[in-house]
Design a protein around this ligand. Structure first.
Ligand code: OAD
Length: 237
């Protein structure tokens, strides 16, 4: 059994918790209904902060009403089991939800930020934020108004914790991508990097990702079934 496992998760792992994905073959993803260039870029926020904040307010409200599903719980179980055997799970998510944490995962790397936090554009302080965010809200640290934004990574911005992610990739024995379309870089490039380090690679997804040919193994199906089954195969019931 692999000792150190690197898992990359995407929107598909939270789909059965009721949080929409961004892209799907049926054209029903979030970015088929909304233009990301008007809602998820620093330029859009500078031009029309009210509209951008309203979009994230809606997503925050959805998240607060959602619950982790069996796939999130299975990964928390995997983290504990690997820890007991002297190994580790590097859980890197592109998701801005907190469902991994609520399922019990203790060390989640949120490379695209976290929806339940707000960041100050003036002093860069990051605050827990469970409510709607208005342009008029002042930063709890520096007191400036009009400078708080969701603590999320927008198109054109650099994802977070890339150094830690690189280190985790280099020390892993197995790379697994779960519920991600392989369409957005740099995350979509991790599998190629993993292969370059000699790791085995596995895709767990509803439909084959754009970069599916880079995986040694593919398990297709709904995450709430495929992920617990995979974890059970690795660490038992
Ligand atoms: P996508 O919406 O691009 O892809 C979702 C993937 O999940 C697809 O491959 C689906 O087939 C799969 N899927 C859907 N339902 C599933 C289920 N029940 N079980 C398993 N898989 C399922 O989401 P991401 O790849 O995460 O970035 O998107 C990457 C980034 O693009 C996001 O983090 C976001 C977005 O723009 C930013 O906002 C910066």
């Amino acid at each position: 059994m692999p000792k150190n496992i690197f898992v990359l998760t995407g929107a598909g792992i939270s789909a059965e918790s009721g949080l929409g994905t961004f892209r799907d073959r049926q054209g029903e993803g979030v970015w088929a209904k909304f233009d990301p260039m008007k809602l998820a870029t620093p330029e859009a926020f500078a031009r029309d902060p009210k509209t951008v904040l309203a979009f994230y307010d809606l997503r925050r409200r959805n998240l607060l009403g959602a619950e982790p599903n069996a796939a999130h719980f299975a990964l928390a179980r995997l983290e504990a089991a690997l820890g007991q055997r002297g190994g580790s799970l590097a859980l890197v998510t592109q998701n801005i939800d907190d469902l991994h944490e609520r399922a019990g995962s203790t060390r989640v790397i949120h490379m695209h930020g976290e929806l339940l936090k707000a960041r100050c554009n003036a002093c860069e302080a990051v605050h827990p934020w469970l409510y709607d965010l208005a342009v008029s809200h002042a930063c709890p640290d520096c007191g400036c108004a009009g400078v708080l934004r969701p603590h999320v990574v927008w198109f054109g911005e650099t994802p977070l914790a890339m150094d830690a992610i690189g280190r985790a990739l280099r020390m892993a024995d197995l790379f697994v991508a779960i519920g991600t379309s392989g369409a957005v870089y740099p995350a979509a490039g991790f599998v190629a990097e993993a292969r370059a380090y000699g790791l085995c690679t596995c895709e767990i997804n509803l439909e084959a990702a754009d970069n599916a040919d880079l995986f040694d193994e593919q398990r297709l199906g709904a995450a709430s079934e495929t992920v617990p089954r995979w974890v059970e195969e690795l660490v038992g019931r």
